[in-house]
Design a protein around this ligand. Structure first.
Ligand code: PLP
Length: 384
């Protein structure tokens, strides 16, 4: 058994990153400034879109985007239940109704058919989720949305560096990325709203900082013009330069991180093929580049004679950390009790919610760590 605990995720922070953050701390300007502005430009250039707005989190980005799109009471917002709860919470907090699309059983993503099945005359927004580093099937989803005049906001929290049909996620439409420490790149906490629509970008920029009408970063002032006025009440979700400088350095290493994640993931796939009780996810059938944000497997619990929770507990005892991405949102207490959600609504989502488990995957891992995970899995399964 491994001597040291292997976490399921760990950010890759270099000494030079620590130095860069230290330089910002010593500079006299630590909140939103030059680094946040450069981070936005560099991220927009990386994904290949018109512009981007950096925020304190992807959740903050989703909050202001829903506000900018005018989502409110009487509106329905379609999204999968196999997602992080933040999106669904924000839909409810906006006074709108979340409507859950089921997912493909083997990619964990809602595709055009699952989304079309739940659209109504009240649908005002679709939020597809790119899952685990693979892209959702955006072309047909965009076509369905365009036919009905419904906007799309892509949850790209797992998709920094992901490509769909030869283009990076974020290159077109509106996509929100997360830089939480477990994501493919981190700024400590942080998020980025990428959009082609200049009006939407302006609204997001305004709403993320008090609703002030002027945001141009004034280099002589090191900030906003003191004369700026509130043009609509906004929030406070700006990203500090302490975080932005780390984000910039991580962005420069993102492709290298993702190459390493891919090597590890492919090795995992080979090794796990030896274990009948472990069911891997499938790659989507369309052209794509996987960013391998998460290494998710499903435990065939009938065959193993072991629940997923017991499996995770067993691995922990063997010093292997795991994650759960995600427990279906519609089965959380609030959504069962207040929205009347119940088991049976979303069969593929529920089947996976009971069986998925995220195994350790991060760029600084070694192939020997993967071997340790596979050995531990075999031991846990044989013990029963
Ligand atoms: C992490 C995550 C978010 C939220 O990102 P934050 O930056 O933590 O707000 C949203 N959606 C999904 C699918 C995520 O995994």
């Amino acid at each position: 058994m491994r001597k040291e605990f292997l976490p399921f995720s760990r950010p890759s922070i270099a000494e030079a990153d620590i130095q860069a953050v230290g330089d910002v701390l010593r500079s006299g300007w630590i909140t939103t400034g030059v680094h946040a502005a450069k981070f936005e430009q560099e991220f927009a250039a990386y994904v290949g879109t018109r512009g981007a707005v950096a925020l304190a989190s992807a959740t903050g980005g989703m909050h202001v985007t829903l506000k900018a799109l005018g989502i409110g009471p009487g509106d329905e917002v379609v999204t999968p239940s196999m997602t992080w709860a933040s999106t669904v919470n924000l839909i409810v907090l906006a006074g709108a109704r979340p409507v859950f699309a089921d997912i493909d059983r083997d990619t964990l993503m809602a595709g055009p058919d699952q989304i079309a099945a739940v659209l109504t005359s009240r649908s005002k927004l679709i939020i597809p989720v790119h899952f685990a580093g693979a892209p959702a099937d955006m072309d047909p989803i965009r076509q369905i949305a365009a036919e009905r005049g419904i906007p799309i906001v892509e949850d790209a929290a797992h998709a920094a560096g992901t490509e769909y049909r030869g283009r990076r996620i974020g290159a077109s439409g509106t996509a929100i990325f997360s830089f939480h420490p477990i994501k493919n790149m981190t700024s400590g906490e942080g998020g980025m709203v990428c959009a082609e629509d200049a009006t939407l970008l302006d609204a997001v920029r305004r709403l993320k900082f008090h609703g002030l009408g002027v945001d141009a970063f004034d280099r002589s002032m090191q900030g906003r013009s003191p004369q700026a006025e509130v043009v609509e009440p906004g929030y406070k979700y700006n990203l500090t330069d302490i975080a932005a400088v780390l984000g910039r350095r991580q962005l420069a290493r993102l492709d290298e991180f993702n190459r390493r994640r891919t090597e590890l993931a492919l090795y995992y796939r080979r090794r796990l093929a030896e274990v009948d009780e472990i069911l891997p996810l499938k790659d989507p059938p369309y052209p794509m580049r996987h960013a391998w944000h998460l290494l998710i497997v499903r435990l065939d619990s009938d065959r193993a004679g072991l629940s997923r929770d017991a499996f995770m507990e067993g691995l922990k005892k063997k010093n292997i950390g795991t994650g759960l991405h995600f427990r279906a949102v519609h089965l959380h207490k609030y959504y069962r009790e207040k929205l009347g959600c119940a088991r049976g609504m979303l069969p593929a989502t529920e089947w996976n919610s009971d069986r998925i488990c995220s195994l350790p995957l991060f760029p600084d891992m070694h192939l020997e760590d993967v071997d340790d995970v596979v050995v531990a899995i075999k031991a846990v399964l044989n013990k029963k």
